[in-house]
Design a protein around this ligand. Structure first.
Ligand code: FMN
Length: 179
């Protein structure tokens, strides 16, 4: 049976570059026989973690919003893919908030092993996305059975859809295909 892949796209923008890359990853993963679900955080109701730690006893967040539902999907997925625009040399606030709201996972027998990272930015330098990658690595460190399995970064894209035709799209597809 194919892997159960959950793609979380965190850009709020229509025609998002990071989302287009994530879609290519998803297409590759589907071609490889994966069961793929893509969730965009755009228009989702996602509140900040309250830091109450109730989830560490109950395995579920006390806040009933979309992040609560997404966190439950994260628990069951074999593969997690996070796609983000680079905002001020970091991951988007939406992505960070979703990672924080994944706190109930800490106490569960989560299924995910491979985590992938996809990012897009206006500047095309290695350092532009390193903090964002490092932030995700910090989250993954809290889940010892998981690892950062691959990254796709596309720099030099400012306007929506600029990523179309970029070789990073091929890289994203191939990465999904080779899950
Ligand atoms: C608030 C904000 C901060 C940004 N900060 C950076 C940055 O630090 N470095 C950079 O190269 N691009 C930066 N950008 C540009 C975006 O990363 C770029 O437009 C990217 O293509 C957006 O991805 P998306 O289409 O998936 O939303 C910023 C854009 C916004 C709106």
């Amino acid at each position: 049976m194919g892997k159960n892949v959950l793609v979380i796209s965190t850009s709020p923008r229509t025609g998002s570059n990071s989302e287009l890359l994530a879609n290519e990853f998803a297409r590759g993963a589907k071609d490889a026989g994966g069961e793929v679900e893509i969730i965009s955080l755009k228009d989702k109701d996602i509140k900040f973690c309250r830091g109450c730690f109730a989830c560490q006893k109950t395995k579920r967040c006390v806040i009933r919003d979309d992040a609560d539902l997404i966190e439950q999907k994260m628990e069951k997925a074999d593969v997690l893919v996070f796609a983000t625009p680079i905002y001020y040399y970091e991951m988007s606030g939406q992505m960070k908030t979703m990672l924080d709201r994944g706190n109930p996972l800490f106490t569960t027998d989560y299924a995910f092993r491979d985590v992938y990272f996809i990012a897009a930015a206006a500047e095309d330098e290695e350092y532009v996305w390193q903090r964002a990658k490092s932030g995700l690595e910090g989250w993954i460190e809290c889940f010892p059975k998981a690892r950062l399995a691959g990254c796709v970064f596309c720099g030099g894209v400012t306007e929506a859809k600029e990523v179309l035709g970029n070789t990073a799209m091929d890289k994203a597809y191939e990465m999904g295909k080779n899950l």
